[in-house]
Ligand binder design. Sequence first.
Ligand code: FES
Length: 86
Amino acid sequence: EFEVEFARSGVTATVPAGVSILDVATAEGVFVVRSCSEGVCGTCETVVLDGEPDHRDSVLGDDDRAEGCFMPCVSRACSDRLVLDL
Ligand code: FES
């Protein structure tokens, strides 16, 4: 598990193993537009502000990832804490 901070919403929550960041966001009242929930459509895209992302989507290219783009429906964190622009 790891901690995620939704910076714009001012909410910090724990992401347990087996639960997506997107589902945690929804449970915390942080609204994220989603469609596929499988990392393929690009709808839920956000930006990593701090922390080390563990990208698990199949839509972002290396350039997108270098710019901080992140798909919270499937991707996770390598660090203990991830800060997202949500
Ligand atoms: Fe489709 Fe996240 S909802 S990539």
